[in-house]
Write a protein that binds this ligand. Structure first.
Ligand SMILES: [Zn+2]
Length: 359
């Protein structure tokens, strides 16, 4: 399932294309049927949480993988390895590289000056370089092992296939995303300024100005501090929902949420005000960084298919620690174990013995 680490890796693979000209584009989404990027230069490519952005000329191409999306990257003329009818965008770049985005959940193209008004609702990115302010030290030595694979050659993106973990592991249903709703709620008046690399975020608040062109919202004092502030602002929410809410921090999806809760011994329906949020967030950071260089996303240290998670996708199977059957439910839905007032339905997995409900 694509989460922050998948999109970060995808972005890394696309970096060799920065500075190159797009020679051909075809959008296969109705609202962009006539859009054309040919002749434009790729100025930047960057992730923010589960979102991927390209600055192309003065426009931003915004894509989101959702559950099943994948980018195929190959030499022009290569036979596609995914069905053509699932393609949402085809881009060819000078140097003979073709990129095809299949089953993308979001494909948008808009003026770069609208970055803030469209995306300013996104919280700090766990993988951004402004996440830490230097006051925390997270030891990666005990992280899952076997960090080996590179990110492709410097000349061209590694051929074929986007984040590998997106196609591995167990399939799992995922509830409707709340991103669109968040956007409406959080939408602010658009800035008329052009993105600048040195725009800074105001401490403890929304961005002062557009930061998109630079990829990089700069949170003060740090993204981590801002995320903790946001998480603490609604102490009665469930831990699971708060972690999945991309307004609080960006990059965590159902898999990270489930595994982090397990490793912290906390039921995802725990009240966030009753848990050590710093420990939760720092563990998520650590796991996601460890997985950036792992060939397959793993939380157990085991890379074999079906062995990479403790609880995610393992309903009714025995807990790897205690043998109790893993349970599955939803947060926020009608049959939820959580407060029925809670927001959008989210699927959760947990071990009833290893994870306590903090309230
Ligand atoms: Zn257990």
């Amino acid at each position: 399932m694509p989460e922050g680490d998948s999109v970060w890796r995808l972005s890394q693979r696309l970096q060799p294309l920065v500075g190159r000209e797009i020679t051909y584009s075809q959008f296969r989404v109705p609202q962009l049927a006539t859009a054309d990027l040919a002749g434009e230069r790729i100025e930047r490519v960057w992730p923010h949480g589960k979102h991927l952005f390209w600055l192309v000329g003065e426009r931003v191409l915004h894509t989101h993988l959702r559950m099943d999306g994948i980018w195929r990257i190959h030499a022009e003329g290569t036979r596609w390895s995914a069905p053509a009818h699932t393609a949402r965008i085809v881009v060819r770049v000078e140097g003979g590289v073709e990129l095809v985005g299949h089953d993308l959940g979001i494909v948008e193209l808009w003026p770069a000056r609208e970055y803030d008004s469209r995306m300013g609702w996104l919280g700090p990115d766990l993988l951004a370089d402004d996440w830490a302010d230097g006051s925390i030290v997270v030891d990666l030595n005990d992280a899952p092992p076997e960090a080996t694979h590179g990110q492709g050659s410097p000349e061209n993106p590694r051929p074929d296939d986007a984040p590998r973990e997106a196609t591995h592991g167990e399939p799992s249903p995922e509830a409707p995303r709340t991103d669109d709703a968040h956007r409406k709620v959080a939408q602010r008046e658009g800035s008329t300024e052009t993105p600048r690399p040195d725009d800074e975020r105001q401490a403890g608040g929304q961005p002062a100005a557009v930061a998109g062109g630079a990829l990089g919202p700069r949170w003060r004092p740090s993204g981590r501090a801002e995320a903790l502030r946001r998480l603490a602002s609604d102490p009665d929410r469930t831990l699971g929902e708060a972690l999945l809410d991309q307004r609080n921090l960006a990059g965590i999806g159902n898999e990270y949420c489930a595994e982090v809760c397990f490793l912290q011994g906390l039921h995802p329906a725990s009240r966030i005000g009753a848990v050590d949020v710093e420990a939760v967030v720092d563990l998520a950071w650590k796991l996601m960084h460890a997985n950036l260089t792992s060939p397959v996303r793993t939380f157990t240290g085991d890379h074999r298919r079906g062995h990479t998670t403790f609880v995610f996708g393992r309903a009714h199977r025995p807990c790897l620690r205690c043998g109790t059957a893993i349970e599955k439910s939803t947060l926020g839905g009608a049959e939820s174990v959580a407060d029925p007032r809670a927001g959008m339905e989210r699927i959760i997995w947990w071990c009833p013995r290893c994870q306590r409900l903090a309230d």
